[in-house]
Each structure stands twice: as structure tokens, then as C-alpha cells.
Design a protein around this ligand. Structure first.
Ligand code: CS2
Length: 495
């Protein structure tokens, strides 16, 4: 088969054993519908699920759905029969593996009929999601569905033609209830605290706006287990396509780069059953919270810190930023002195070892994880990653200087200009609102801080009124105005 042949199911038999997750693959039927068919899902849940089927069978094939209206990803994957490569890039080299669990890809709104056909199918027992924080259409203050969200408003007026996550889930659950079919389990795999409960509240509050009896049924009958998901998965580049071609001898237009590390902690509540994820390394637990908080606060908060300081200081990738010694010192100290002390974890969970593993993962020179990718959606990421930690530290009168530096770096980042004068656009669902706040703030640190702290979608009134928080933010902006690298060096020298 010539090198330009496309990856396809007919070519699977020609692949080397090292390029598949295991022999004895039996094509399953679809048991999972996944909303948000981004790179993360394809390198995480899809891999665990294929391995679980290889280990213990089961019809847990995946239908992935993109909600963005763009058919490019659907067409690229369907041209390969849903197949794609996971290109693991570690310090010891590259490992390319073809994943077979993704059987079908749909694009909303084009494929709505097919989607709801599947969601009504009794063999579909799990609907999972990786739609990022902004996909939940949440009111940041109440946690209910944001009724002012244009997509939500549309769906409430057109409940049979939904396009949002709550709209789709409620329409599908309503149809199953009407048909007397047991509900599917709704499995959030996003970086949100209490992600299952958060999604449940959004879905039930949306359903209440349509039909309080339906909302009560969902509340009573539908499981929304929480999870903690972890794998660093950058966006796909041509280098990944080249790696897949050279490894497989087949063209793969949609490979997924990732690190070797992965972790999945899942609340074990699946009334309709689940794949044998516990057989392939996932941890099935009663309480995900300790793992979820540790990951959000230790990994995601330091990721955002690295991203915003790097966007200002001119580091393109996480590993490049970590090669700047004061940055490594800052991140190490942030986890050790300001984040880890706020966490309560099982005795077997060594937070300092977790910290050191994160520093090594960030320093992986093979991954080239772009800071700009992590810097996206700050209005959605800053609250769950940093503000709970800051509030906890303030309540105990403990220092927050490093945490405040990250928040201040996000504020300065919103000006859209790096220290070297280069400019960048702000990719955030609240970009227009944030831009107007920054513009109205003037040039003083106090003006910027007060304008941003007034943004109730991000800062609740109690935290915004903290004199200590405001003082630390102003001090951080004063340092950042001397240059991000200087601010990092200054922070690295603090005890
Ligand atoms: C990153 C996360 O892009 C980001 O915001 O912090 O995607 C991070 O790579 C994952 O949560 C790691 O598990």
C-alpha cells in the first residue's frame, strides 16, 4: 500500500502490532455518544475505552459529536472510518498508535437527526462530554443555566432543535422518558470543580425552564458522576501528521499528539453500566473531589500561570518557559507553599511527588505545548483554577503573592501586547467585555485592578472586596510593568 494511502479500516490488518492498542479487536456497536470530539477526548477517554473493550469486551463504541457547526473535523475523521493516530511524545521518543473505538463522527446542526436517533437508542448508555468550561452555558454566579446565553434562549424557544449542551441533553432525556427508555448516564470530563454536579445543575435548571416534571425526573433518575481527567494534549500540527505517516506508512489527517502520562479518576455511578475502565488503569472511586481539586489547583493553575507570564515574557511553549530557571523556581514554590497546603488528599497521595511529576511533565521537550493554547478562555479558567485557592488562603490569613501574580498576569495579558511589543488576539467567550474593561481602566495598576475586579462573571463580590487581594494584585502589576521576566525573577527570590 503506497505511502499516500489514507488510514482506513481495510488497512488495519496491515498495521504492526506496536501500532494498535492490542490484538483481538472486535468491532463493537455504539454504546457511548461523546459531545466535544476534540483532541483531548481522542487521546484520553477513547483510548481508555478501546483498551477496556480489548480487556473485557462490551459494545462501547463511540460516536463523537462536534458542536461548533464546523464539518471539517467530521469529514477528516469519517474519511478515515473514524480512525486516527495517537502520537505520544515523551523524553524517550515517539509512540504512534491507531485508535479504533471511534466509529462515527457527527457535526451539529447538520447531523441532528442522526444524533437524536443514537441518543434514543437503548444501547447508548453513556453520554460523555469534553466541551470546555464555556460549553456548559453556566451562570457563573448561581451555577444554573445562563438563561441570557443566546444559544440557551434559542433552545428554550426551539426545544426540538437544540444546539447547546443543556438543550441537547434535555431533549434527548425527554424523548427517552416519553418512550419509557431508561436514561443514559451523563459523564462530564471537563476541568470543572464538581463537574458532574455542575452539569447536573445546568441540565436540571434548563429542564425546569421547559417542564418542571421533566426536571424532577432528571433530578431523580439520571446519574451525573464526576470525574478528574488528566493528559496534556496539544493541538495537532503538521509534525504530528508527518510522524503518523512515517510510522504507519498511511496518511492520517487527524492525529492527536499527547504526553505519555494519563490519569482518570471516576465516580463509580453508572446505572446503565460502563466499560471496564478499572481494568485499564482508571480509578473508580466514591469521591473524586480530592483528586479533582488537586489537579485543578496544582496542574491547571500553574499551567495558566506559565501561560500568561510566557505570553508576556516571550516563551512560546511550556517546556521553553520551564527552561527559564526563575520560572521553574516560581512554579515549584507556588505549588509547595501556596497551593498544596490548601488540599486534603488521601494519605497515599503524595502531593510533593505529584508536584515533582508535574514539573517533569511540563519540562517534556518533545511536546511543544503552546502557551497561547492554554491562555485561551481565561474568564472561564481563572475562577475554578485559582480563585478558590486564593479565597481559602485569604480566609486563613496566608500569603497569596504567587497566585495573585497569575491573576495579574492575566489582566495584563488582556491588553493583547507582549513585553517585546508584539501583539496577540484574546480568544475568550468574554473577549469583547474584557476588552472594554481593560480599555476603560486607563494605565495605572489601580485602574486595571479595580476595573477587572468589578467583573462579576469572574470575581464574586466577597473576593473582589478583599483589600489584601487588591494590594497583592497591584504589587504584581507594578512588577509586571517592569517586564514579565523581571517579575518572574523577583517572585522567584521571595521566601
Ligand atoms: C490546559 C489543560 O489548555 C489548558 O487550559 O491547562 O488542557 C491541561 O493540559 C489538561 O487539563 C491536562 O490534563
Amino acid at each position: 500500500m503506497n505511502a499516500k494511502s489514507r488510514l482506513c479500516r481495510d488497512a488495519l490488518a496491515s498495521l504492526k502490532e506496536s501500532h494498535v492498542l492490542g490484538r483481538g479487536w472486535r468491532e463493537p456497536s455504539i454504546g457511548i455518544v461523546h459531545l466535544g470530539i476534540g483532541n483531548f477526548h481522542r487521546a484520553h477517554e477513547a483510548v481508555y475505552t478501546e483498551e477496556a473493550m480489548l480487556a473485557a469486551g462490551g459494545d462501547w463504541g463511540i460516536c463523537g459529536v462536534t458542536l461548533q457547526g464546523d464539518v471539517t473535523k467530521r469529514d477528516a475523521l469519517m474519511a478515515q472510518d473514524g480512525l486516527y493516530s495517537v502520537v505520544e511524545r515523551g523524553p524517550d521518543g515517539v509512540k504512534t498508535t491507531v485508535v479504533r473505538a471511534l466509529l462515527e463522527v457527527l457535526a451539529m446542526p447538520h447531523d441532528r437527526i442522526r444524533l437524536f436517533e443514537l441518543l434514543a437508542n437503548t444501547n447508548v448508555r453513556i453520554v460523555s462530554l469534553t466541551v470546555t468550561e464555556k460549553g456548559y452555558c453556566r451562570d457563573p454566579t448561581s451555577g444554573d443555566v445562563d438563561l441570557a446565553h443566546p444559544g440557551v434562549a434559542h433552545d428554550l424557544h426551539n426545544p426540538d432543535e437544540p444546539g447547546t449542551v443543556p438543550g441537547i441533553l434535555v431533549a434527548a432525556l425527554r424523548a427517552r422518558r416519553a418512550a419509557g427508555i431508561a436514561p443514559f448516564t451523563v459523564l462530564s470530563c471537563d476541568n470543572l470543580s464538581h463537574n458532574g454536579a455542575a452539569l447536573r445543575q445546568v441540565v436540571c435548571s434548563y429542564a425546569s425552564a421547559l417542564d418542571t416534571n421533566l426536571a424532577a425526573w432528571i433530578e431523580r433518575e439520571v446519574a451525573f458522576p464526576s470525574t478528574m481527567v488528566d493528559r496534556i494534549v496539544p493541538s495537532t500540527t503538521d509534525a504530528d501528521r508527518d510522524a503518523a505517516l512515517s510510522a504507519l506508512g498511511l496518511r492520517d489527517d487527524a492525529p492527536v499528539p499527547c504526553e505519555p502520562f494519563r490519569q482518570w479518576v471516576i465516580e463509580d455511578r453508572f446505572p446503565a453500566g460502563r466499560p471496564a475502565w478499572d481494568r485499564v488503569g482508571a480509578q473508580l472511586v466514591d469521591d473524586v473531589m480530592p483528586f479533582e481539586l488537586a489537579k485543578l489547583r496544582m496542574l491547571n493553575a500553574t499551567h495558566s500561570t506559565l501561560a500568561y507570564l510566557s505570553m508576556l515574557g516571550g516563551f512560546a511553549t511550556i517546556d521553553e518557559a520551564m527552561s527559564f530557571a526563575p520560572m521553574r523556581t516560581l512554579i515549584h514554590a507556588m505549588m509547595t507553599h501556596e497551593i498544596a497546603p490548601t488540599l486534603t488528599v488521601p494519605r497515599t497521595f503524595d502531593l510533593m511527588a505529584y508536584r515533582d511529576a508535574l514539573l517533569a511533565r511540563y519540562s517534556n521537550p518533545a511536546l511543544k505545548h503552546r502557551c497561547a493554547q492554554i491562555a485561551m478562555d481565561g474568564s472561564q479558567k481563572i475562577p475554578p483554577r485559582l480563585l478558590g485557592t486564593i479565597s481559602a488562603r485569604l480566609a486563613r490569613g496566608e500569603s497569596i503573592a504567587r497566585l495573585a501574580l497569575c491573576v495579574a498576569a492575566w489582566f495584563v495579558f488582556l491588553r493583547g501586547r507582549a513585553d517585546d511589543g508584539s501583539t496577540f488576539s484574546i480568544n475568550d467567550p468574554m473577549a469583547a467585555r474584557l476588552a472594554s474593561l481593560v480599555e476603560s481602566a486607563g494605565n495605572t495598576p489601580e485602574g486595571l485592578i479595580d476595573a477587572m475586579l468589578g467583573c462579576r462573571e469572574v470575581f464574586d463580590a466577597e473576593l473582589a472586596s478583599s483589600k489584601t487581594f487588591r494590594h497583592e494584585l497591584i504589587a504584581a502589576v507594578v512588577q509586571l510593568n517592569k517586564g514579565a521576566r523581571a517579575a518572574i525573577e523577583h517572585a522567584a527570590l521571595q521566601p
